[in-house]
Design a protein. Sequence first.
Length: 366
Amino acid sequence: MLQRTLYKKQNIDLSSAPWTMHEFFAGSGLVAYGLKGMFAPIWANDISEQKAAVYEANFGYKHFELNDIKNVNGRDLPFAHLSWASFPCQDLSLAGSLGGIHASRSGLVWEWLRVLDEMEEKPRILALENVTGLLSTNGGNNYRVLHMALVERGYDCGAIVLNASHFVPQSRPRVFVIAVQQGYEIPAYLTGSSPCWLHNKAASDLGKTLPGWIWWQAEKPPRRHSTLKDIIEEAKFDKDTVLPLIPKRHQIKLNEHDTIYATGYRRTRHGEQQLELRFDGIAGCLRTPEGGSSKQYLVVKKNNEIHARLLTVREAARLMGAPDSFVLPGSYNDGYKAMGDAVAMPVAQFIGEKFLIKLAEAVYND
């Protein structure tokens, strides 16, 4: 068992819900927060002490196990109606090693399946989350092997792609695999016979060839009205030294505006460092703060002045849909990592409201 450092807690109550869940790779707990009132986490785990500190500072530690999933035995877990697993993405991300679903980090999904196999009574509903590379890398084979592993265990499933930009001003597309134990009737209004707005090309191609595929469908959320400007807090602009790295084409765009808020990452292009900006009113996808180009800069032009700084941890939390009351203990890097590795809270809420709660009512009240 790993050591934990306890922080002051506000103990948001997640226990009042009609259904229960296991939360694997729980991170900072934004999934549990998003599913509040729908699924109460009765067991959660993660290996990261920094993320555990965030989880426990907000939700307490009674149901949280700080441990390597390799040490978890399914026979020891209480029964839950849902198993959620946001397994590591590094080997499936285009920004990562692309080692694939059998590599050391993303391959931990097989440990989750092992734990599932060890349970005396498996949950009838499963949900997995990862980057879109799960569907597209290795010609789709990374997803195919996972899909077939679920089918072989008696589940039908389908993958959808949902971008956090529907809810918050951050571009963050993610894949959600929703699986239901075979033999239970799924409400007809939750499924279709072909792709919809929730399926990108990779998902559409996979769904047309895989057995046991479910074409999940739901209405689009209302149009988002918040922009990057709405999440900005007062903070010192102390990174003006990066402004010369803005490429000429982006300098021209800056000059076209009297006031504008833009974000950007440092990238190497043709052997030179550049600070590439986006001007669409939303932030780029948050990352974990590892490496020189992993932190996102904010560039603001106002009153004929242009200044730059890094996004604050609170701004990162706002981009993930977390309220300002959400506690973020530890260092800047700790908080930034907790948010950069999380599931956007309103996305989890959407998945819960549109699919998971309705599936639970169907398959457990039959």
